[in-house]
Design a protein around this ligand. Structure first.
Ligand code: ADP
Length: 407
């Protein structure tokens, strides 16, 4: 099926045209700094494509330019937009309404709009794109795939915060989690690799990318995850602080007379690996600098590793069984060094890394077990591709398959 995947952010747009049967990406689109004078759009038909500056281009405007290029560009694989068979939209916040992906209709759109308070920058942009696409391609079915849906199975003891109840009832303040499609995909692939039914497995899935979260997946159901009401909670990340003492926030704001937006920027964009190292939010650069003796980079690396170890340990504690720990996303998939550092201290829990298997690069993108053969808890590396997952999920939804049973 030919699926257009649309991932609209507050100031970015990522689209891919994917052939789901051959798992082939035919077109990649990246819009950045949208809404600003420096807005750029790159449409890559497999030949690279240039970042073209369109001052002030909006997210929807970038979407429209993309459709025009798909229709008219000599390099486009399409002769008509009618060849697009389905559209899959990534949605950041589905609140408590959505526990799986669904096809878009008016009621679904209304609920996504209602959830805008939970993702004020992302949900409205996504809704605007969906509505625009509906006008342009009224006969093409659209699906929505939520970051939060997979975690709707968490029990209240995991998702509630120890705040007065009215904040939950009035403002829906609770843990929603994120990276849901990635955790679900990682769990499904791990079950395939182990040759066992997912419903019999206890898994700890670690999505370690620029953003990062870990989930406890018991019998295929998320029972806890490190990200919370927003993606700020949990692990230390590229530029996010992760969990800190909440009192630090009011302390710094009072001390420096900061506004809410300034504090938000510090926590979301100036902290994490970048804040501690003073160097970079990128793990490769951190590891390189640490190897060359940069002490702040080494501390950032160790703090990151320590946060991951603590999360894995705590999920081992809350599940009734742990069969495997699954590593995925940029750092989890690619950094043998970070995997080695994380699992060095976890062997006593029965997670025993095989250093040779861990260092073996092999075929790029191959899912594999990297623990020793008799490790009581397996360690698994799964490669993930968010757009492809959304495309496959969209394919399943529009064909009427049960969401979540497709991997
Ligand atoms: P995003 O959350 O933006 O999708 P990714 O999943 O692509 O991010 O992860 C990006 C992170 O993965 C960056 O910190 C990058 O440095 C890290 N990464 C990618 N390859 C490697 C590698 N070989 N070694 C260490 N870190 C890596």
């Amino acid at each position: 099926m030919l699926v257009l995947v649309v991932n609209a952010g507050s100031s970015s747009l990522k689209c891919q045209l994917i052939e789901t049967d051959g798992k082939k990406t035919l077109v990649r689109v990246l819009g950045q700094r949208l809404g600003l004078p420096q807005a750029t759009l790159r449409i890559d038909f497999g030949k690279g494509g240039e970042h073209v500056n369109y001052p002030g281009l909006s997210v929807v405007g970038a979407m429209q330019r993309t459709l025009r290029a798909l229709e008219n560009d000599a390099d486009s694989p399409l002769s008509s937009l009618e060849e697009i068979e389905a559209i899959g939209n990534r949605i950041v916040a589905g609140g408590e309404y959505f526990s799986h992906s669904v096809q878009v209709d008016k009621e679904v759109l209304d609920k996504i709009e209602e959830c805008s308070a939970l993702a004020p920058l992302h949900n409205p942009a996504a809704v605007a794109c969906i509505k625009d696409l509906k006008k342009r391609l009224p006969n093409v079915p659209q699906a929505v795939v939520f970051d939060t849906a997979f975690h709707q199975t968490m029990p209240p003891k995991a998702y509630r915060y120890a705040l007065p109840k009215r904040y939950y009832t009035d403002y829906h303040i609770r843990r929603y989690g994120a990276h849901g499609t990635s955790h679900r995909y990682a769990a499904n692939q791990a079950a395939h690799l182990l040759g066992r039914p997912l419903k019999d497995l206890g898994l700890i899935t670690c999505h370690l990318g620029n953003g990062g979260s870990i989930a406890a997946v018991d019998g295929g159901r998320s029972v806890d995850t490190t990200m919370g009401f927003t993606p700020l909670e949990g692990l230390m990340m590229g530029t996010r602080s992760g969990s800190i003492d909440p009192a630090i926030i009011t302390f710094i704001m009072r001390r420096e007379g900061l506004t809410y937006d300034e504090m938000d920027d510090i926590l979301n964009r100036q902290s994490g690996l970048l804040g501690v190292s003073g160097l970079s939010s990128d793990m490769r650069e951190i590891l390189d600098a640490a190897r060359e003796g940069d002490e702040d980079a080494a501390l950032a690396r160790d703090m990151y590793m320590y946060a991951v170890q603590k999360a894995i340990g705590s999920y081992y504690a809350v599940m009734t069984r742990t069969d495997a720990v699954v590593m995925t996303a940029g750092i989890g998939e690619n950094s043998a060094e970070m995997r080695e550092r994380v699992f060095e201290r976890l062997a006593h829990m029965g997670m025993i890394l095989d250093k040779d298997k861990n260092n073996f690069v092999g075929e790029v993108g191959a899912d594999r077990v990297v623990s020793v053969d008799d490790s009581p808890i397996k360690i698994i590396v799964i490669t993930t591709d968010e757009e492809l997952r959304i495309a496959r999920e969209t394919d399943a939804i529009v064909q009427g398959e049960v969401p979540g049973e497709i991997e």
